[in-house]
Ligand binder design. Structure first.
Ligand SMILES: [Zn+2]
Length: 488
């Protein structure tokens, strides 16, 4: 289940930051035209004279489709360098190529996009793919825009041709009406855009960062609450990391039956139930603060190879989100207890469900091993924070995260990540990971968590009770009993 084209994902990761600008670019800029034709149909045309090789979209299988995201692309043709237009050969898994000689050059291609993605079930969430956004369209470009993965460092000139009254909301620099200059393939395809009428984006200006908020109309009244969570959490993250990884950040809110989100290069899509209920803040704010933290952990601090550190970036994001929501007074001490209980339960049930795999191996299939990846990663960060605070004082865990962010090469393997953290934690990082990957020992784990100033109890691995037990307290829900590393 959940087959994903791995080569494509890898190629995009690898292509970023390699080679001199323009070295692999056939055209400067590569021209991309996205034109709305009628109803849910778009014509997409790309001009890149002198190119060769295949073009790709991100592809994953999905119930309700024959062929994943490729179902929605049709009539793909290439323009050969001799001017002749030929139908593309489809190679499967969202890959098209010029028929015949694989070395032959082409000048461009075009195809029809039928934006009917809501008929499929996307197990990672529609906000990772595409959906109807009120009367408009939400697209994550990598799912709908076919490109050559060799264009990593190219410049792109993207123009949207749309009906009167429509608007294109993107994270890119707008150079003209609905015309955008985009640097690098990552920014082009690993982002969301929304096209349509009546979008009314709002901009929240933070120190060095413009956050553009857009929502389906059902969430119009919730926008001030969303903006407040973004304002506080992004300000906290900027303080921890000492800067922002981008100048403009686009956040889109769409309706679905649960809280979740997808984070991209300079944007993220959040989905949540409607009508909006402020009192469910623990859920929607957590999701919102988690996805926005990915701009630093997961996007800027990235994984190479991708699967090996899913546990670190997802779990670290969950952990620091929890701590930040509490410290910025968006949630209460009781909510912290609830979240720690949840992380312990996720890890223990994840170990049972996923069997004898390490956290790194579990990342090979993140969706199926979700509870283990998120729970194990979050406990790693909690225990590391506790140990570092004890060793080197408050803020030393955050300083370590900042050093990862400030490094020249921010793509980490597990070995390089552990070496960096071990150097700042007297080897605690490797010890904690070895414990989490070691023999299944729920009570050993709970005893370890208790050394961090918590009091845990379990009724089997599925029922966990957590209290604060620092500052001389035996076990209490009172914030005064919180261990130092968590407290405000
Ligand atoms: Zn995440």
């Amino acid at each position: 289940m959940g087959y994903v084209k791995p080569v494509a994902v890898l190629a995009v990761t690898l292509s970023v930051g390699l080679g001199a600008a323009g070295a692999e670019c056939p055209a400067d800029p590569v021209r991309v035209r996205i034109a709305h034709v009628e109803e849910n149909r778009f014509d997409i045309a790309v001009s890149a004279p002198g190119s060769q090789g295949a073009i790709d979209i991100s592809w994953r299988e999905a119930p309700g489709t024959q062929d994943g995201q490729a179902d929605f692309l049709s009539d793909m043709v290439f323009e050969r360098s001799d001017g002749v237009v030929v139908a593309a050969d489809y190679a499967g898994y969202g890959t098209w190529q010029l028929p015949g000689d694989s070395e032959a050059r082409w000048d461009g291609y075009r195809y029809t996009l039928t934006a009917d993605h809501d008929r499929a079930e996307w197990n990672i969430g529609k906000e990772e793919i595409a959906y109807r956004f009120d009367d408009g369209f939400y697209f994550v470009l990598q799912s709908v825009l076919a490109v050559s993965y060799g264009w990593g460092d190219c410049q792109f000139d993207v123009r949207m041709i749309m009906p009167e009254g429509w608007q294109a909301v993107t994270p890119w620099a707008e150079v003209d009406a609905n015309a955008f200059a985009v640097s690098g393939l990552n920014s082009l395809i690993r982002n969301l855009v929304v096209l349509g009428p009546d979008l009314e984006p709002q901009t929240v200006t933070l120190d060095g960062l413009d956050v553009v908020i857009i929502s389906e109309s059902v969430f119009d009244e919730a926008r001030p609450a969303f903006a407040e969570v973004l304002r506080r959490s992004l300000a906290a993250y900027t303080g921890i990391f000492g800067g922002v990884p981008m100048e403009r950040y686009l956040v889109a809110f769409g309706e679905d039956d649960m809280n979740d989100g997808g984070a991209f290069a300079e944007s993220f899509g959040q989905r949540l139930p409607a009508p909006f209920r402020e009192h469910e803040r623990l859920m929607w704010a957590r999701s919102l603060a988690h996805e926005s933290l990915h701009a630093w952990i997961g996007i800027a601090i990235s994984r190479q190879p991708d699967a090996e550190l899913q546990w670190f970036t997802e779990g670290g994001t969950d952990y620091l989100t929890m701590k930040t929501l509490y410290r910025t007074e968006l949630v209460e001490a009781d909510d912290v207890i609830f979240m720690i209980e949840g992380q312990i339960r996720r890890f223990l049930l994840g170990r049972i469900q996923s069997g004898p795999v390490s956290l790194a191996e579990a990342g090979e299939n993140k969706q199926e091993n979700r509870t283990l990846v998120y729970g194990g990663g979050a406990l790693f960060h909690l225990l590391l924070d506790a140990r570092m605070t004890e060793l080197h004082g408050a803020g030393s865990y955050e300083a370590a995260l900042r050093s990862l962010y400030e490094a020249d090469d921010r793509r980490y393997s597990q070995a390089r990540m552990l070496a960096a953290l071990d150097a700042r934690s007297d080897g605690a990082a490797s010890e904690i990971l070895a414990m989490l990957n070691g023999p299944f020992d729920p009570f050993g784990l709970l005893a370890e968590i208790d050394t961090a100033g918590l009091a845990t109890a379990a009724f089997g691995p599925d029922e966990i009770l957590v209290r604060f037990a620092a500052q001389g307290c035996a076990g209490s829900r009172d914030a005064a009993c919180m261990p130092d590393f968590l407290s405000r």
